[in-house]
Design a protein. Structure first.
Length: 401
């Protein structure tokens, strides 16, 4: 299994808050050669932003520097190509996303039924109303359009000589979706992904349906057909925030172990009890949280090896202001995000070699002029109170399925 490290463009370019993060680079053409020089294997970029930059230019520049890419898509809001405001658009051939007003109207009938005397909750969930069907259909259509075009424009790296696309990462649905609507969406898109041969990960992200460790746990246990097919992008910084706990919580660790056999891609950001991003994961007051997240990320690698992966991909995703904390009045960032993310990538490179030695190919990152491997982090042992055997046996079952 080879470790491939992709760099998020968030906070790196002026197009996506690079100025706020004090990024040393401003333009795509300037950034990509530098990332290649530092040893990155690829980039992760929102699909709509790639359209804005120009798909042909993006693909050509990545091929020139021997790099690959992941595309991020969204099923709602201004980051959908069928919407305007951000990064151009609406782009021809893409559907407008569901509005907040449409979603509220869609739920109106449900609220009316379930607040009445002698409301039958089970009956209300047996089938979707016409407005609910329409909202789900829009999310499905918005999803499929982006995935299909991402593979068409950038090419599957495993099937085309000049292809650069490794996978698509999806921010799927919203956290306000009733369970029955989510079931309809996931069953349809997962069957379609399998039919088309597309690799799509659905991210554990606040605001999205998989925002909570507890909601995700119960959803996957209740619907084993979805659990069997779902590919996940694990951003566990959101889950520690939603759970408002620390990395040693055995119930949170248990929920993470449940999804580990489904994880195909990892977003490595360090969250904490009260937010999805610590001020600086290198700082002494946050190192224990960094080490706790590293332990979770290690579990993912170990599971992927059991599942026979030929490569594993990740990004470090500490974001720029206002996602990042700033000093009052001056709005000065509390840390230099360019260096923070490079440090996370360097630490993962070291950890990969420590875990797997020379038997499996690590990444080839080098230190930058402003960030090296320090400070070092220590390896945490897995607590004995959690259900590690479940994750391992699930991974074996998935591998032989």
């Amino acid at each position: 299994m080879k470790l491939e490290q992709f760099r998020t463009l968030w906070g790196c370019l002026d197009l996506c808050d690079g100025e706020l993060a004090h990024s040393p680079y401003h333009d795509f053409e300037e950034l990509i050669p530098k990332l290649a020089q530092l040893g990155y294997d690829g980039i992760e970029v929102p699909f709509k932003m790639a359209l804005h930059l120009g798909a042909e230019k993006v693909r050509a520049l990545l091929n020139k520097h021997g790099m690959k890419m992941n595309c991020m898509i969204f099923t709602d809001n201004v980051v959908v190509p069928g919407a305007g405001i951000l990064w151009g658009g609406p782009y021809p051939g893409f559907t407008a996303p569901t509005s907040g007003e449409e979603m509220a109207e869609c739920l109106k009938e449900r609220l009316s039924k379930l607040t009445a005397d002698k409301a039958d909750y089970d009956a209300a969930d047996r089938e979707l109303s016409a407005p609910e069907e329409k909202v789900v259909a829009t999310h499905v259509k918005v999803f499929k359009e982006q995935v299909e075009q991402a593979y068409k424009l950038f090419g599957d790296r495993d099937k085309e000589t000049s292809g650069v696309l490794t996978m698509v990462n999806s921010h799927s649905l919203k956290d306000n979706f009733p369970e029955k609507m989510a079931v309809k969406f996931f069953r349809e898109v997962l069957a379609w992904e399998a039919e088309k041969g597309f690799t799509v990960c659905h991210e554990t992200h606040r605001k999205r349906f998989l925002y909570s460790p507890w909601v995700t746990r119960e959803f996957l246990l209740k619907y084993p057909d979805i659990r069997k097919s779902l590919k996940i992008c694990a951003d566990l910084s959101h889950w520690i925030n939603v759970a408002e706990t620390d990395c040693n919580d055995p119930v949170l660790c248990q929920a993470i172990e449940l999804i580990v056999p489904n994880v195909y891609h990892t977003h490595c950001r360090v969250g904490y009890d009260h937010g999805p991003q610590v001020s600086d994961p290198r700082a002494p007051e946050w190192i224990s949280y960094t080490e706790g997240h590293e332990r979770w990320w290690d579990w993912i690698w170990q599971s992927q090896l059991l599942r026979g992966f030929s490569r594993t991909t990740m990004i470090a995703e500490h974001g720029p202001p206002s996602y990042q904390q700033t000093l009052p009045y001056s709005k000065t960032p509390t840390a230099h995000i360019w260096d923070v993310n490079h440090w996370i990538h360097l630490r993962r490179q070291v950890r990969y070699t420590h875990l797997f030695g020379s038997e499996h190919e690590g990444s080839k990152l080098v230190v930058s002029s402003t960030q090296g491997y320090e400070p070092e982090t220590k390896v945490l042992e897995k607590p004995s109170t959690i259900t590690a055997p479940f994750a391992i046996s699930s991974a074996k079952r998935q591998r032989t399925a």
